[in-house]
Design a protein around this ligand. Structure first.
Ligand code: CMP
Length: 138
């Protein structure tokens, strides 16, 4: 399997509830490498640009509101099959449907406030990593 890079976000709900360390520990326990990491408070334009593919969705306003309400932790993860692996560690988008022991099951509240984000494919991973880590020599 190819070595890939993917973007991970620890969302405002998980940061507020002091789960940064536990989530990073889960990432490392899965064998993924944290290649870059930064804590920031997203501006509205940054969140809107990041989620532009969802701009026509009815939940877009709510999503941007949530993602800008407090700090987030941005990470570039690397490893064999990193995109699928991080999604497996996160669990299903809706915490109610996520498997036991996953990030979203443990720390998410509902489909909107679901503790973490991960890129869903090779192309989106390339866009998302460069969106937040432009020009980094990863
Ligand atoms: P994420 O992986 O960050 O990608 C897009 C986000 O939109 C998703 O996680 C959810 O948090 C959010 N989302 C998806 N569907 C809904 C929904 N029906 N209502 C509110 N938020 C949603």
């Amino acid at each position: 399997m190819a070595v890939e890079r993917t973007l991970s976000i620890i969302k405002p709900d998980a940061v507020e509830q002091n789960h940064i360390g536990e989530i990073v520990a889960m990432i490392e326990a899965a064998g993924l490498k944290v290649k870059a990491m930064r804590m920031t408070h997203l501006s509205r334009p940054q969140a809107e640009g990041f989620y532009y593919v969802h701009k026509e969705r009815p939940f877009f306003g709510e999503l941007v509101e949530f993602m800008t309400r407090g700090p987030v932790v941005l990470m570039c993860l690397e490893g064999e099959g990193a995109i699928a692996k991080w999604r497996e560690v996160m669990g299903a988008t809706n915490p109610a449907e996520a498997a036991e022991g996953t990030v979203r099951k443990r720390f998410g509240s509902n489909i909107g406030e679901n503790a973490s984000h991960g890129s869903d494919a090779t192309e989106t991973a390339a866009f998302e990593v460069s969106y937040f880590f432009p020009g980094y020599d990863l």
